[in-house]
Design a binder for this molecule. Structure first.
Ligand code: FE2
Length: 211
């Protein structure tokens, strides 16, 4: 038995939540809303290349409140496992993406918020994975080249991490984590919802301080 231990210091904590089977009740509602919205709105350009990106204020749309309730429920479940009680987490913005064939999202971060996330709504086999880019890609390049496969797999210490999209799965990650969406190589649309969260810890309490 080895007497060497490994300490993963300062990790980026990412949650992955399976919202199924309830997601199946909402899948068509998300999809119908997205395509109806695209009919009326040309969309905006952010990280998307070729794909359609909705306005970021859909959280206030009356027709979207059913889906918002579902989204907030599962965001709440995920963040409740991360934060102490009294932490306030608010959906600052959310938007829908429809990436047709040859669409992608270029590498980007989400400045001005704390956590960001994605819910996969519709995908096919080659409709584009989410790729997280290691912020130490440059500084630790030689280390990443040298790590054994066992260590890489155990601690996810590599140049990037690929999330395979699964319908109804939701990931939440720190907003400064650079990411991109790989090109959709299928002749079918990929539909996803993205969101930004504001995190406010509970007020500082001197009685709870160790100092
Ligand atoms: Fe993003």
């Amino acid at each position: 038995m080895s007497n060497i231990e490994y300490l993963p210091l300062f990790p980026h904590l990412v949650t992955r939540t399976d919202t199924n089977p309830e997601f199946l009740e909402f899948r068509d509602k998300f999809i119908d809303y997205a395509y109806n919205l695209r009919t009326n709105c040309s969309g905006i350009t952010r990280s998307n290349k070729n794909g359609w990106h909705s306005d970021v204020k859909i959280k206030n749309d009356d027709d979207f409140q059913d889906c918002m309730g579902f989204l907030k429920k599962y965001i709440g479940k995920a963040v409740s496992t991360l934060f102490k009680s009294g932490t306030k987490v608010t959906v600052e913005s959310c938007w829908l993406n429809i990436n047709g064939q040859n669409s992608m999202n270029l590498s980007h971060t989400h400045p001005g918020c704390n956590l960001s996330g994605c819910l996969w709504i519709k995908r096919t086999r080659k409709s584009g994975c989410l790729k997280a880019h290691n912020p130490n890609e440059f500084n630790h390049f030689s280390l990443f080249e040298a790590y054994s496969e066992e260590i890489k797999n155990q601690f996810n210490c590599d140049l990037s991490f690929i999330f395979k999209p699964i319908e109804g799965h939701m990931v939440i990650f720190p907003s400064d984590l650079r990411h991109s969406v790989l090109e959709n190589d299928d002749p079918y649309d990929r539909v996803s919802l993205a969101f930004n969260l504001d995190v406010r810890p509970p007020p500082y309490n001197d009685k709870n301080s160790d100092q």
